[in-house]
Design a binder for this molecule. Sequence first.
Ligand code: SF4
Length: 287
Amino acid sequence: MNTELEILVSPYTGYCFGVKRAMSLLEEGLARSRGMPVYTAGDIIHNPQAIERLESRGVEKVASVDKLSEGDTFVIRAHGVHPRIIENAERKNIDIIDTTCPFVKRSQDYVKLLSAGKRDIIIIGDRDHPEVKGLSGHAGRKPRIIKSMEEAERLPELERAGVIIQTTFSARESESIVEELNKRIPDLKVFNTICKATVKRRKATMDIARNVDLMLVVGGKGSSNTRRLHYMCRDRNIMSRHIETADEIDESWFRDIRRVGLTTGTSTPDWVLTEVKKKLHRISEDC
Ligand code: SF4
């Protein structure tokens, strides 16, 4: 590299509304627990660096509420959980702090509504994602979970069905899937539950990505919305790297690079992005 790096940062970085809210409720839980551990069902957010800091402050992940006792503090993550977990916690008189994002809650309510209307429920999303697992629990009967056109085409004949979309799913892919479902199912009710925060973030990311030589997408490797930002760039032949921390950045990436774009997933803490920016400025100065 022989010219200073120009760094373009997306206007939408750091925690989204739902993650900010979850983290602030978790802080309340930590204050309430007076030094005792605060338990979460799985990671409260998909970011290992944030989780590491929380663990050092007494946040512990548990596989099941069976391991908890009366009076323990239990935090439900932003993605929501299967209602059975909440019922078990209530039965055991556990202190519950529910940080389920209001947008995820709205999807859960739609699932309940469709279930009450005796419709088959189709969830467009990743069956292993905690949000989808939680949503499935709100359906009276087993929902059908699909994430591709091929899976949509393989669905059996259905007369009446309702569709819910994972909040972080691709708008483009879900549109084609819904189009296919509309052709196949005579009475189809669709709730577009894709979160606007992720839509704005994707658009801003692509606006920057089209104008840079390299895109750096910062966030947990297990974060589906972060991975999607990276795939979106890659699928449009834009050079992109998905990193979790500044330590992963290699100076050799910036040979012949003049403009670099920065974006983050919705669960990436600001301090992680700050470290990345600092490293990029150091690399730029050293050139
Ligand atoms: S991405 Fe949207 S749905 Fe998910 S936590 Fe953030 S605000 Fe809520």
